[in-house]
Write a protein that binds this ligand. Sequence first.
Ligand SMILES: NC(=O)c1ccc[n+]([C@@H]2O[C@H](COP(=O)([O-])OP(=O)(O)OC[C@H]3O[C@@H](n4cnc5c(N)ncnc54)[C@H](OP(=O)(O)O)[C@@H]3O)[C@@H](O)[C@H]2O)c1
Length: 376
Amino acid sequence: MSKIMDGKGIRVGVLGATGTVGQRFITLLANHPFFIIHALGASARSAGKPYSKAANWKQTTPIPSIVRDIIVHECKPEHFENCTVVFSGLDAEVAGDIESAFRAADLAVFSNAKNYRRDPSVPLVVPLVNASHLSMIPQQQALHQPPLKRGFVLTNANCSTTGLVIPLHALEKSFGPIESCIVTTMQAISGGGYPGVPSLDIIDNVVPYIGGEEEKMEWEVLKILGGITQGDDGLKTFDMHARNPLRVSASCNRVPVIDGHMMTVSVRFARRPPPSPQHVREALVAFTPEAQSIGCPSAPVHAIFVHEDPDRPQPRLDRYYQDGAGVSVGRVRQCPVLDIKFVVLANNVSIGAATSSIINAELAISKGFVKAPSVQ
Ligand SMILES: NC(=O)c1ccc[n+]([C@@H]2O[C@H](COP(=O)([O-])OP(=O)(O)OC[C@H]3O[C@@H](n4cnc5c(N)ncnc54)[C@H](OP(=O)(O)O)[C@@H]3O)[C@@H](O)[C@H]2O)c1
């Protein structure tokens, strides 16, 4: 990675560049040590316009000057020919076909959409948790007709799943399998993209339903926290945590917060007696993901901050912890029904979306799954 950072770079494209996640990609990539924004894509409504006119910019920092005049294209591989990597913040309605076309054009696609998360040869990776799942990429390339040399799709998780699995993984690393988890989310409006829930429905209100979200959380946790097994035929399979079955119950709510998904979590460990709240706090603080130890530049320096104040974390105060790349945990205490309960806050557009994709791409480079012709 240091060679790439040594004055050279890798050309990348952003699909869905005008949307909520796309804008966060632009903000992060504009300052990236080796990714160079080369092409931008969105719908036919935006195509042909300079980015500054196509995007309804909603970030708190100005549009980076390097993208203002880039002409937005439709999301067709021929417009992204000189890119090695594309980051996708595409609407799920269109992401399936478009991402598949980019993979077939031998590009490495890092997606935020749900379309390929359940595909048995597509890694579903939260980069602070299951970087080892990148090992499925060669199988995905070999199964493609014709087999691919460089192209693949790798997805990151639903934004709420991401906030949940980071502390759960840290706890499983220290204390062994978790067997039950009950989670209740308080999810920010930006999680639904722009313009999202109408203001008259969300101000002074809580909406106790987010379509498909609970099913996504309950399923994705198993794929991410599970391992990979290899059959006698040599084919690898995601084991869905089957060696130690894990039951997850999620209740998802939309709350009038702009950015930052908060959730209350209760867990039961397989091991008896379970760890104490103090041991849980220490394990969360000590957690060091592989992305951090191998030096991915976008990985947080500290993955999990554990608050001692009883009224933290809070979205307005804590959503920018580690520029949104880390998660905040608080109120770690005994649970009278399961074993331990706590509160988590994760920035849904950063570690819940764009930041995860970028760290995933950094991991793929570091592990040799993306081989890029560098540019000066
Ligand atoms: N927001 C979050 O916190 C979050 C977190 C994790 C994952 N995700 C996922 O990330 C994806 C993007 O979410 P978002 O919140 O950024 O949505 P969004 O704000 O609605 O943006 C959607 C993007 O898709 C583009 N698009 C729509 N129709 C298209 C078409 N026919 N062809 C090409 N591009 C098209 C839009 O371009 P135009 O501007 O030209 O219409 C826009 O750039 C979704 O799959 C979402 O589920 C979102």
